[in-house]
Design a protein around this ligand. Structure first.
Ligand SMILES: [Zn+2]
Length: 427
């Protein structure tokens, strides 16, 4: 059963020169063509995960490109867009070129790179666009790396430049000053309860609302990363009604887990924005149903086990996820909505449509073969540090049997295949 943009139907999929070359009735493949039998399975376009932290350069004790891109294809992800908060940050064309050179020949999936938009490099936007950055990433509020955003006036100007270059900006939207104030009030709490209290929904809602106003005034396209608060979903919905070019992203952990379910895991479940309430989670699902949320990104952000094995207050935020999106969300979304949110949606947001995100004649032959039953054994994890709340608490609902990139199997029956042949998708 093949999931095309129009239907879920039984067919043969033919591939030639790395592209889909035939969508034909079953049994119509030429007898001498090499085939992959996907009987009993569902065939989807390869997932596009537009929010990963593969940690190169500078943070390879947490993850490296080889392990991360293997985890990606093990999870049916054939394209990733990698975040710029590495060491050094991807803040200049030289840093972008260094990343391109490092990853060349080492990636099992296709990849693109965000450039940073911060106070210190706001003059680099045009150069980053010319160097092929997939988009920009802006951190509003305190995050893992300290990369302060420009003040509002400079930010407005930077967004004007980004808009003129056609670069979309993805925003980590939490108001840092409101976070600091909330942290001062969060006394008498400990563990993840203190973390949740120190990162209130208000900080998210205010930042989403403000950046939508600024981007609208600047004529700059926007994407809001990891929506977690009900009010932030409403803010994106309002902005869309007002005509702002903003795309909403949600993450599997916010869709599948609440604070109450994961609080006992302590540092292991620490993430920004935090896992929130059932009401917040319900608002995310409403946002998916009404199109406020356009895409799902994993925010794959592993840390070394030793870094997480400390008190919540000092532990870094984030955990692995790129291999888990498809197995854990398949049962909740079904194949067509999964494709819409995890392949077509991000491909459209980041300029990869129509060559990626769909099974259609002429599109790149990136696909995943899924067996829609829970596997007998949990799948082996390929990230260097795969542990986290999704892995611990969410049962798999499907199994990735095979993943093809440019028509070649890169993942088959539980193991990587062939040499890494993922390409840099230079914007
Ligand atoms: Zn992130």
């Amino acid at each position: 059963m093949v999931c095309t943009p129009d239907a879920l139907e039984r067919m043969d999929v033919g591939v030639r020169d790395g592209r889909f070359a035939a969508l034909a009735p079953p049994g119509s493949a030429p007898a001498d063509a090499p085939t992959l039998d996907a009987g009993g399975c569902i065939v989807l376009p390869g997932l596009v995960d537009a929010h990963v932290h593969f940690r190169e350069p500078g943070l390879v004790h947490k993850e490296d490109w080889g392990s991360a891109s293997t985890a990606a294809v093990a999870g049916g992800v054939t394209t990733v867009l990698d975040m710029p908060n590495v060491l050094p940050p991807t803040a200049t064309p030289a840093a972008l070129e260094e990343k391109v050179a490092r990853v060349a020949g080492r990636s099992r999936c296709h990849y693109g790179f965000y450039g940073l938009l911060a106070a210190a490099n706001a003059d680099q936007i045009e150069a980053l666009a010319a160097a092929g950055a997939a988009g920009l990433k802006l951190f509003l509020g305190e995050t893992t790396a300290s990369l302060p955003a420009p003040a509002d006036g400079a930010l407005l100007e930077a967004l004007r430049v980004a808009g003129a270059c056609g670069l979309r900006t993805m925003v980590h939207a939490e108001n840092g000053d409101l976070l600091a104030a909330a942290a001062r009030r969060a006394t008498g709490l400990d563990g993840l309860d203190a973390h949740l209290a120190a990162r209130p929904a208000l900080a998210e809602v205010e930042a989403v609302t403000r950046i939508c106003l600024l981007a609208s005034a600047a004529g700059a396209p926007l994407a809001i990363a990891h929506l977690a608060a009900a009010g932030a979903v409403r803010a994106v919905r309002r902005a869309k009604v007002d005509g702002v070019d903003v795309r909403g992203e949600a993450c599997p952990h916010h869709l599948l887990l609440t604070h109450a379910q994961a609080a006992h895991l302590g540092s292991l479940a620490k993430v920004n924005p935090p896992l929130r309430t059932e009401a917040d989670q319900a608002a995310l699902w409403v946002g998916i149903a009404d199109g406020t949320i356009d895409e799902i990104g994993s925010d794959h952000a592993p840390h070394a086990t030793s870094e997480k094995a400390v008190a919540v207050a000092v532990a870094p935020a984030g955990f692995a996820g790129v291999q888990l999106t498809l197995p854990m969300l398949y049962g909740r979304l079904g194949p067509r909505r999964l494709v819409g949110l995890c392949a077509e949606g991000p491909a459209r947001t980041w300029g990869l449509w129509p060559s990626k995100g769909r099974i259609a004649l002429g599109a790149d032959a990136d696909l995943v073969v899924v067996r829609p039953h829970p596997p007998a054994q949990p799948a082996a994890q390929w990230s260097r540090h795969p542990d986290g709340p999704i892995l611990r608490l969410c049962p798999p609902t499907a199994e990735v049997v095979a993943t093809l990139v440019d028509g070649r199997p890169v993942w088959l029956h539980g193991a990587p295949r062939g040499s890494p042949a993922g390409r840099w998708l230079r914007r």
